[in-house]
Ligand binder design. Structure first.
Ligand code: NDP
Length: 282
């Protein structure tokens, strides 16, 4: 049985570190504050917001949630963004996506101040992730993967690394972040010809495809570190990852569970970014 890499443990350790820094800032009268903006109702966004507000609260970070109507025009939406960009009490802004069709993400992403863009929506921050430049904000989910690797002293340097998934929220930025730490990367997707051949070579395998339990034991190299980013629900409504945990965990050297893996770290990383934004803005 591979060692379980516990996201909860990583999140707790990070939480304590962040809380002591936030406590110091609060003593000086500075309250790190996150604004979450949501347009319309979405059950998945509501669940994410609940988790983020709870986690930020535990750390001492203030959260304000702006709920806007589903039919809001793009101009009105941009006014909200501009107001929050200018508000010195707000240090981080996160816009829940997807936005309704009348509001173009391709317009909005340029309008959030890069200094407050704690989940890497603005192309300025995206380009910093791509080029490996410091001083931006990487997206929270790939950052959570990196937190787990760092916490367990897993050095990606020189490791044959395979990422399944190439989205802008997970696979692509993660490839760049791991490349910065000198991993040797292969990124797989739906047009990859022989996925099992690629994944079974990986010393570090990261699944971010959004397909329940698609990674089977014959796709995993003995002793590999397996990080499962997927959040899916099986036919019984049970949450599961992209990795078939029961099959793969005896083969893997180390493995993250779902739930309790990457997902458990993401909201704490968000809090970390808000604190960082606050420190930079002071
Ligand atoms: P997307 O649907 O945007 O991207 C999925 C990627 O996986 C695509 O690049 C797609 O390839 C690839 N893919 C899908 N099926 C296969 C397959 N059978 N074989 C090979 N590649 C495949 O998803 P996201 O990146 O947004 O999310 C991925 C997963 O991570 C989801 O389960 C999501 O719920 C989870 N997630 C978890 C978070 C967390 O905090 N833990 C946060 C964000 C997401 P192609 O490009 O060719 O279509």
């Amino acid at each position: 049985m591979g060692t379980i890499l516990s996201g909860k443990e990583v999140a707790e350790a990070l939480k304590h570190k962040l809380k002591s820094e936030v406590d110091e800032l609060r003593k000086k009268g500075v309250v790190p504050t996150l604004s979450i903006i949501i347009v319309g109702d979405r059950a998945d966004s509501a669940a994410y917001i609940k988790g983020a507000v709870k986690r930020c609260g535990e750390i001492g970070i203030e959260c304000s949630v702006t709920e806007l109507p589903q039919d809001l025009s793009q101009d009105e939406f941009l006014k909200v963004i501009h107001r929050q960009n200018a508000d010195e009490k707000i240090h981080g802004i996160m816009v829940m996506r997807p936005l309704p069709s009348q509001i173009s993400e391709n317009v909005v992403k340029y309008e959030i101040s890069p200094a407050k863009d704690v989940d890497c929506f603005n192309p300025v921050n995206v380009s910093k992730v791509m080029s490996g430049e410091e001083g931006g904000f990487a997206p929270c989910t790939p950052s959570a993967v990196m937190e787990i690797l760092h916490h367990y002293s897993i050095d990606p340097k020189g490791k044959r690394t395979v990422i399944v998934g190439r989205s802008m929220v997970v696979g692509r930025p993660l490839a760049m972040m791991l490349l910065k730490e000198n991993a040797t990367i292969t990124v797989c997707h739906t047009r990859t010809v022989n996925l099992a051949e690629e994944t079974s070579r990986a010393e570090l395998l990261i699944a971010a495809a959004g397909k329940a339990r698609m990674i089977k034991k014959e796709m995993v190299r003995e002793g590999a570190v397996v990080i499962d980013v997927g959040i899916n629900f099986d036919e019984n409504g049970r949450m599961c990852g992209d990795v078939d945990f029961d099959e793969v965990s005896p083969v893997a050297g180390m493995i993250t569970p779902v739930p309790g893996g990457v997902g458990a770290v993401t909201s704490t990383v968000l809090a970390k970014h808000v604190l960082e934004a606050c420190k930079r803005q002071r």
